[in-house]
Design a binder for this molecule. Sequence first.
Ligand code: SF4
Length: 390
Amino acid sequence: MSFAIQHSTLRDLYDKVVVGERLSDADALRLFESKDINAVGAIADFARQRKVGNRASYILNRYINYSNYCILSCQFCSFARKKRDADGFELTIEQMVQKAREALALGITELHIVGGLHPSLPFSYYVDFLKALKALDPRLQLKCFTAIEILHLAWLAKKSVEETLLELKAAGLESLTGGGAEIFRKEVRHAIARGKESAEEYLTVHRAWHRLGGRSTCTMLFGHVEKLEDRVHHLSLLRALQDETHGFTGFVALPYQPENNDIPVRVPPTGFDQLRTIAVSRLYLDNFDHITAYWVGMGLKLAQVALSYGADDLHGTIVEEHIFHMAGAKSPQLQTEAEMVKAIREAGRTPVQRNTFYEAVREWPTEAAEVAAPTNSVKSKVLERNLATA
Ligand code: SF4
């Protein structure tokens, strides 16, 4: 037991974690309210080590936003545009294929694709882009759409959510993204994302996908107008669905970015709050294997530290990110594989390249293995060059 835990008032929670007793909502709130970040982090680090051992992962992926036009106007959103806006965009399927082809040449294994709720694109556009992208390489994993997009597509297709998901699955969809969860509490949702799907609808889409054999991630957007109790409530609904379906592969805590939107919050969540939120997520979500430190929102330096506060994943190379950067994120557009491997190695973990389902693609057991892998350094250089063209 670490010194930090031994002399902490949170010692009883550590004892619960050690014997595998589930933390209550009140326990989670105590952790969120604690100023003893070292003790919270040490307990989470213990739980992380016991769950996944010494490995920490990253993925070679590329984001594609097919469009930022959206029929909704969530108050917190800096990404959505109307057709009258000069900086709105939509990609043709050929443009998406071109971006995917370039990324495949860099060795990516996953495309992560989301967009706004487009006012006029037909359902066939979504089915056709899945098929076109899958045809490039059947090994390319397509992680696409948030829950609200699925509801929008079901409305377009005039089909049930299940039928819509089945059709998308047949076209190549392999995982849903976790975006759009925000904070589930109704009053908070109304304040930041009026008009968006309810918590129940978000969970219904993921439940339906899981029952069809699909997997997905889930998220929480924190650090805006919500209370700490709202975060616990949010996590409790995710934990309950995971108990029911076991369909979530991982959880991603998303620190709110305050620029260019209508929410009166001027300062993003502090580093302290981000680390503590990741640690509490690891401890409370005891039925989740993987907790991601999202470098786009946190910056790679803090995400690296989060590897000692319960996180076991740094997310991916990404290559081109719009949503967080339009909201003021100061992180770069991409990370090279070499940078993520170095960050993981320095944190004392064994770097593991993973696929969409967090299965190992390649492990870097020693530093010598990295040096002896010429494709890795080439890939890093190509990715760096790609920044100019993204
Ligand atoms: S958060 Fe999503 S649904 Fe809401 S306005 Fe932005 S793009 Fe549209």
